[in-house]
Design a protein around this ligand. Structure first.
Ligand code: ADP
Ligand code: MG
Length: 727
């Protein structure tokens, strides 16, 4: 760049100075040789003019002074009279012309120099500056342009800019030019290709240069490389777009102070548009309920630079949301502290968890209250915890610590030795057949106590596995209560039997009296035939045989009564129902006769035995028969008939019915007759039917009443087939 150095004397380094020196010598010789009166010093004018092309201002002045000195020297040396008026005037005129020309030339030159210096300044800037003429040919190219694009001034000058730089315009060039001519300026972003082929993005400013007439003569273009900035902006843009992609709400706020960023996730979650939210305080806007006091939070985030926790906030439409929040403190380059708050909506999850927790609590509570444990077991999956699940209550029922390792073996521990085999067999069957079960069994606990359990399970089967899900209920208390109840019932049944016997006392006495009378009569007869005078051994034997028969009859009656009186513990056995009916009829024979009741029996032949307690069943039938006799006491206008029968029903059930021809029951009374202590009789106790019903139901049967036709009442009860008896 030395050719533009403002500090060198020479404007151009080459031939012109030599030519100038030659010209000076030539003019000097000519001036010296020709007559002094010829104004030859004007010949120095071209020298000054040439010097103006070669030298800078100072050089021009020096040359001019040199020329003047030489002119004066020629004046003295040249032929003729140098001091003649004409010669002096000539010389002075020549010098004046020289001086004036020098002044003009030097002035012009210094203006040029000032301009050059200004141009020089343009080189100092980092901005890229170039000038192109009306045809877009580059006429000026500063150092910044060279540095940015890679072409030197020499290479660039004379080229058409847009060809050289492969400019990519943001809008059509014609449009830009039209705009430029109209307003005199344009600015925008251009993409240029550098000498090495890489692209730069520049912020470009154009301004039109015009001549004095205002015609455009060129354009000054100033470009700033904004590639980096552009890249950073794009990066930020991308980041922001990414932040918008996430479902999380991202909020950036000055700490402490207003919101400066609010992503789309935040718009979605809270309902406030970014425009509405920015500038507000996040805590106020969202009515954030913080788990800790503000000062403590500030201290925490100051110290740790992050804070994680759960917040409750309120959306624009007043909905409460729970968010999983993460606060990060960042320091911007300008020292400003910012909080980046990322919130994830966990409302649904929290509510679901809450509901689950509640229902689990309810379930546990219900299990504890009902003493019901639950279990699930995937038998073929192996003995890990997941395959074998037992609820807390299950462990409590079994008397285990919750933390014992669960294995299928544990399930069979503590079974009562008498039940173990049966339970294991049922389990094995369940596994083999994939069916559920419903069993009762006992546990023998280490402290010696026994628990009664009732377990129900279902097998769920899908293609790959079998899962057994079930519940086990501690029925010990129920069982014990049942036992006590049964005992009490049996006791009550015994007492009512005694009472009934009391009612029968007269007829029983009568019944026993008859054979006893027979015994006495026959004894007298026997004694008579033993007398010597009428000794007849055959007749004696016959009388003795009648004694034995009557004694047997009396003994039978007593035997039947004794059975009804003593026993209280129920004993389950096979019972022939028809036999029981016969017995009751035998016991009440006298009673029936005394009340003039005719009996019609209709018993099913070859009836299979039922399973139950003989005495209790006898008691039921006896009660029904006695009630029928009582009911018919008032009947005098028609025969008193007791129909008693048994019949086999479909399904193996046995139906026993007792019908009378009494007045029957009105519907109102029918409701009440089975309640304890309900009686319409003067000396009644009202326990008969209630005891009958509980006995029948304990045997798995049903007792009810129906109106008889045309009169009377029918009382009947069923007994299940023997196999299903539960007593
Ligand atoms: N065969 C029947 N006909 C009409 N009423 C009856 C009959 N059997 C029972 N009842 C009515 O049912 C009531 C209750 O009978 P029950 O429980 O045996 O007690 P009780 O015989 O001591 O009165 C009787 O008082 C009677 O009113
Ligand atoms: Mg009765």
């Amino acid at each position: 760049m030395s050719n533009q150095s403002p500090f060198s004397l020479l404007a151009t380094p080459t031939t012109l100075p030599i030519a100038t020196i030659a010209l000076v010598i030539g003019v000097f010789i000519l001036d010296t040789l020709i007559d002094v009166e010829v104004a030859a010093s004007v010949l120095y004018l071209p020298v000054v003019l040439v010097a103006a092309r070669v030298f800078k201002t100072r050089g021009i002045v020096l040359v001019a002074v040199g020329c003047a000195a030489l002119a004066l020297l020629s004046h003295v040396l040249s032929p003729g009279n140098p001091w003649s008026t004409t010669a002096i005037l000539d010389r002075l005129l020549g010098l004046a012309a020289l001086g004036f020309t020098t002044y003009l030339v030097a002035k012009n030159r210094s203006a040029e120099e000032a301009l050059a210096e200004r141009v020089q300044l343009l080189d100092l800037t980092h901005d890229t500056i170039f000038v192109r003429d009306a045809k877009d040919i580059i006429t000026y190219w500063n150092r910044g342009a060279q540095e940015l694009y890679g072409w030197t001034q020499v290479e660039a000058l004379g080229k058409v800019t847009h060809n050289l730089l492969h400019t990519i315009f943001p809008e059509p060039l014609e449009q830009i030019n039209a705009n430029l001519l109209r307003t005199g300026r344009w600015d925008g972003e251009l993409v240029h290709s550098k000498r090495d082929g890489t692209q730069v993005v520049v912020a470009s400013r154009w301004s039109v240069q015009r001549d004095q007439q205002g015609r455009p003569i060129g354009t000054l273009e100033t470009n700033n490389d904004i590639t980096e900035r552009k890249r950073a902006e794009e990066y930020l843009q991308r980041q922001a777009t990414l932040l918008d992609q996430t479902h999380d709400a991202i909020i950036v706020w000055k700490f402490p102070g207003e919101i400066i960023y609010w992503n789309r996730g935040a718009e979605r979650l809270y309902g406030y548009a970014a425009k509405e939210a920015t500038g507000r305080s996040s805590h106020e806007l969202l009515r954030t309920e913080h788990p800790m006091p503000a000062e403590l939070f500030e201290a925490t985030i100051e110290r740790d630079e992050t804070w994680l926790g759960e917040l409750r906030q309120t959306t624009r439409d007043g909905r409460k949301v729970i968010v999983d929040s993460r606060h990060v403190l960042v320091r911007a380059p300008d020292g400003q502290r910012l909080i980046i708050e990322t919130n994830r909506d966990v409302t649904e999850r929290r509510h679901a968890e809450e509901a689950l927790r509640r229902s689990e609590a309810h379930l546990a509570e219900a299990q504890a209250l009902s003493k019901t444990g639950s279990f699930s077991w995937v038998p073929n999956a192996g003995p890990t915890e997941e395959q074998l699940y037992m609820s807390d209550e299950w462990f409590r029922i079994r008397g285990y610590d919750r933390r014992i390792p669960m294995t299928p073996e544990v399930m069979f521990e503590r079974l009562h030795p008498d039940d173990r085999e049966r339970v294991q067999e049922i389990f094995n069957r369940t596994l083999a057949e994939g069916r559920g079960f419903d069993i009762e069994f006992r546990l023998a606990l280490p402290d010696g106590s026994v628990k009664y359990l009732h377990s129900v399970a279902r097998a769920l089967r899908d293609a790959s596995r079998l899962e057994i899900i079930g519940a086990v209920m501690d029925v010990t208390a129920t069982k014990r209560a049942m036992e006590r109840l049964q005992h009490a019932q049996a006791e009550l049944a015994r007492i009512t039997r005694l009472t009934t016997m009391g009612q029968l006392a007269a007829s029983i006495a009568h019944e026993i009296n008859q054979p006893l009378t027979g015994v006495v009569t026959n004894a007298h007869t026997a004694l008579h035939w033993l007398d010597a005078e009428h000794l007849d051994l055959d007749k004696t034997r016959m009388a003795a045989e009648r004694i034995v028969r009557d004694g047997q009859r009396a003994s039978d009656v007593i035997g039947r009564i004794r059975g009804m009186m003593t026993k209280s513990t129920p004993q389950v056995a096979k019972v022939d129902i028809n036999g029981v009916i016969d017995e009751v009829l035998a016991l009440t024979e006298t009673e029936l006769r005394m009340h003039s009741v005719g009996v019609v029996t209709k018993l099913a032949p070859k009836l299979a035995p039922v399973s139950g307690d003989r005495v209790q069943l006898q008691q039921v039938i006896l009660n029904l028969v006695l009630n029928a006799i009582d009911a018919m006491a008032s009947v005098s206008d028609r025969p008193r008939v007791l129909r008693i029968g048994s019949q086999l029903r479909t399904g193996g059930e046995v139906l026993i019915s007792v019908c009378d021809s009494g007045p029957g029951l009105d519907p109102e009374t029918t409701e009440k007759i089975f309640s304890p202590f309900f009686t319409t009789k003067e000396k009644g106790i009202g326990m008969g039917l209630s005891i009958c019903r509980s006995i029948v139901e304990t045997h798995g049967g049903r007792l009810w009443t129906e109106p008889g036709t045309p009169h009377g009442a029918i009382f009947q009860f069923t007994m299940p087939p023997e196999a299903s008896g539960r007593v």
